[in-house]
Write a protein that binds this ligand. Sequence first.
Ligand code: G3P
Ligand code: MG
Length: 312
Amino acid sequence: MEKFKYTSPNVLLVTSRNPQGTLTTAAEQGTAVEPTGIAHRGFAGVYPENTVAAIEAAVTDSRATSVEIDVMPTADGEVVVFHDDTLSRLTDAPPSVAGTNLWELAYDRIAGYDVLGTSQSIPRLGDVLAAIPPEVTVNIELKNPGSTELRFAETLDESTLTVATDRWRAFVGRVIDIATDRDHDLLFSSFYEGALAATRELAPSVPIASVFYDSVDTGLELGRRYDVEAIHPPWNMVTDASLPADGPVSGSFDDVDLVETAHQAGRDVNAWTVTTWQQAAALAEAGVDGIIADYPGVCAPYERPTPDSVTR
Ligand code: G3P
Ligand code: MG
């Protein structure tokens, strides 16, 4: 039976599908200790995001047991690791190119640009995976299949879902082919129902996570529909952490204890995107399983300043 290791609260859990086809998660095993560190875009706060250099640096830092990367296609069918639809924010591409959707450009048109003023270029997924040791879990966020007609953070009715899944299927298939060619433990995630549906359809044993935006109900419903192994809420949705409300998304989220709800369903909770030790400490206290963080210093064991370590 195919096995995946799935990293969760600071312990490496070897998990596998049991005969009923469900994964054993940290939540089910009751082993929650401190959240695992997930290097967001390869610790985007300190390295050029989603580049090979960032990933190489992140995976040599023991505070990250997992890395998160964003993927999308190029016009000629490559899968690249990149966050934005266009090159304008992240590269030195000239205006004539920078405004074009990345998936309308062939890989050799984008490969020569520098990312964030470094000598790093936009990498292919295979290049990034080659830089990650097999013991590090890879969270691949399915960002865009090459379309402007996507249904972001929505639950879809049957006919709309059919169209959406069709839109994602070929791209997701390419990502699965590339990712499963190596030995990493994988976690695919997405804001998009079509991406989750296509992943479950094509690779039912690959763990998946629904990424929440501004609706608890939508995120939880997507989690239930696809029986996801993890949910990825913005950190200010974890209201049990009693953090200031001005987090990654706006809204009032007091109604649901996400950690308890997810754990009761056997799902892990990985919160994005953590930038301070206060957020990390409060989320750990609330029982989240993973911290998707921009800085290694906020990952577990999170560096809570002590009187001795604070210099005035
Ligand atoms: O997957 C969590 C987080 O990465 C989602 O937001 O925009 O940073 O990809 P974004
Ligand atoms: Mg992401």
